[in-house]
Design a binder for this molecule. Structure first.
Ligand code: SF4
Length: 110
């Protein structure tokens, strides 16, 4: 699973694009429902790392589930969420997470 190839990073989309920690916001990365999952768009042995909301809160306009690139997860924040279950102190966690996240989307091999 170690073959890593850099892929061009697309622009981060709508929710939570700030790089700075904001005490008044909810960080999805610090929620128990934020899950890391492999995603293989071509159905072969290659996959990307994506994050999904296991509580079903991330939806496209037509109702399909939306997933995000793992490398963007520390920036995903929202004003409120009725399903949020924190996993501890968000400020320290988000700070440490930002340091450890890859800067670009990466592809792996099973
Ligand atoms: S339940 Fe709410 S806070 Fe938790 S990951 Fe989903 S959208 Fe984010």
């Amino acid at each position: 699973m170690i073959e890593a190839v850099d892929i061009e990073e697309a622009a981060v989309d709508e929710t939570g694009t700030s790089d700075d920690y904001c005490a008044g916001k909810i960080y999805c990365a610090n929620c128990i429902h934020c899950k890391l999952v492999p995603s293989s768009p071509d159905g072969d042995e290659r996959y990307f790392l994506r994050v999904r909301c296991a509580a079903g809160k991330w939806r496209k306009k037509l109702g399909e589930e939306k997933v995000y690139k793992y490398c963007t997860v520390a920036r995903r924040s929202i004003g409120s969420c009725d399903a949020y279950e924190d996993m501890g102190d968000a400020k320290d966690y988000i700070r440490d997470l930002k340091k450890s996240l890859p800067v670009k989307d990466e592809i792996f091999v099973f």
